[in-house]
Design a protein around this ligand. Structure first.
Ligand SMILES: Cc1cc2nc3c(=O)[nH]c(=O)nc-3n(C[C@H](O)[C@H](O)[C@H](O)COP(=O)(O)OP(=O)(O)OC[C@H]3O[C@@H](n4cnc5c(N)ncnc54)[C@H](O)[C@@H]3O)c2cc1C
Length: 411
């Protein structure tokens, strides 16, 4: 298989990737790393995407995702910036019941790693740029998408034309191309905003991540390298807007109230980011010569830090399907290939939409019976080691019919 120009000036590859964010780059690294020609189109420009103000988030990278990143040759560049999670504490504010997930209860390996998104983006981009099989077109807009019996074809606003037997759309939850192709998506606005910032604290965090549920929204503390933690605080939109108005000192006081005094005095480091929280659920994950991957397939609530982990399971499944078929000389974009991708991903996806949505609703309610049910639920999980181990393994991306990359095996 190869990249070739034709007399019509169209560049042909084995896979087209629309959207070179965290998901699109990972997919390009997987398929390009196996030697197949990948053409990636990103509308933004990387110097801007790697600069500090672009993305203030840190991601909880689950074990399965780390294995995939390792298999793609990306992990060594991430590791120096990754903070291992040794323990996760889940509790409801004001309740004595607490669930503690300790890596020592499993096998002593970290439960996951916290890494700043810009570090992950930088590492993926570095890898993709090393691969001769991947071509990256940045600062490019799609003008037209056409599909026929042999290929998906893109006309870019710059006049460039690209084609491949399969088009993977990785444009995030508000994908324009998904809309352009008439693939419907349901949306649910949580009426919440995710506030993200970094805290510096007096005492070391010891690798403990905390998810604490307050009636006005969940508050997560993710340990970062140095005596720092990343905060993800989902607040009702009106309250979040009020937080935006506060100066740094007043904001720090609000954060400290939820953070507690476990780690001594705290201060907010750098800017705050605000992300509107919307659940987006695509009607289907595939269409004629098209696969939706990552947040374009479904974008979930950040409550348990699973969005990109789920996206990487899509990446692993698409990459395995595509590479296996290309090796056999088969068409990676034909309906049988797409059906197998859709079937592989639907259950996991649905489960996480339901879990994250359910947890958010359950804890966002202050009715007494629900409070009691929550406490009983948390206490039960805490006392039942097999259930607890199952939740831990699921959150770490180690349950179900895992694609090869998720098991750390090469394609
Ligand atoms: C507050 C918050 C905290 C989170 N924390 C975690 C966590 O701890 N763990 C976790 O696993 N997940 C987490 N997530 C989810 C995670 O951020 C997303 O799942 C992830 O960013 C999805 O990546 P993506 O590449 O699919 O989409 P995006 O990040 O949205 O990237 C899409 C890319 O496509 C490009 N693009 C868009 N449209 C076009 C177009 N028409 N043409 C060309 N290019 C286009 C964009 O410029 C962008 O580069 C969190 C999310 C939020 C909001």
């Amino acid at each position: 298989m190869g990249m070739s120009g034709t007399e019509t000036g169209c560049l042909a590859g084995d896979l087209l990737v629309l959207g070179g964010g965290l998901t699109g780059l990972a997919l390009a690294a997987a398929v390009g790393g196996a030697g197949y020609q990948v053409l990636v189109v990103e509308r933004d420009r990387y110097p801007r995407m790697l600069a500090g103000p672009y993305d203030g988030r840190a991601t909880a990278v689950a074990r399965g995702s780390k294995r995939l990143l390792d298999a793609l040759g990306v992990w060594p560049a991430i590791l120096p910036h990754a903070e291992p999670i040794r323990e996760i504490l889940v509790a409801e504010a004001g309740s004595p019941v607490e669930v503690r997930y300790d890596s020592m209860e499993l096998d002593g390996e970290p439960l996951g790693w916290i890494v700043e998104n810009r570090r992950i983006r930088e590492a993926l981009l570095g890898r993709v740029r090393e691969l001769p099989a991947v071509r990256l077109f940045e600062g490019e807009e799609v003008a037209e998408i056409r599909r026929d019996a042999f290929a998906a074809r893109l006309a870019l606003a710059s006049g460039r034309r690209l084609s491949a037997p399969l088009l993977a759309i990785c444009e995030g939850r508000l994908s324009r191309s998904r809309e352009r192709l008439g693939i419907g998506a349901r949306r649910w606005d949580y009426g919440q905003t995710g506030i993200v910032c970094t805290l510096r604290h007096e005492r070391p965090h010891g690798g403990v991540a905390v998810e604490r549920f307050f009636p006005d929204g969940p508050f997560a503390v993710l340990p970062m390298p140095g005596d720092r933690s990343s905060i993800v605080w989902a607040l009702e939109d009106g309250l979040a807007a009020a937080m935006r108005e506060l100066d740094d000192t007043a904001f720090a006081a609000e954060v400290e109230e939820r953070f507690g005094d476990r780690l001594g005095a705290v201060s907010v480091e750098g800017p705050r980011w605000y992300y509107p929280l919307v659940l987006v659920w695509s009607e289907r994950y595939t269409d004629w010569r098209v696969a939706l991957v990552g947040d374009t397939a479904r974008g979930i609530h950040p409550i348990s830090g699973q969005g990109w982990n789920l996206a990487l399971r899509d990446v692993a499944a698409v990459a395995e399907t595509v590479v296996e078929r290309l090796r056999l000389g088969l068409d990676p974009g034909e309906p049988a290939a797409l059906e197998s991708y859709e079937a592989w991903r639907r259950f996991d996806s649905l489960a996480l939409v339901a879990i994250t949505d359910g947890i958010n609703r359950l804890f966002a309610n202050d009715l007494l019976p629900l409070r009691l049910a929550r406490n009983v639920g948390l206490a039960l999980v805490e006392r039942l080691p097999p259930a607890k181990r199952f939740f831990m393994r699921h959150a770490m991306g180690m349950v179900g019919d895992l694609p090869r990359l998720m098991r750390g095996e090469p394609l």
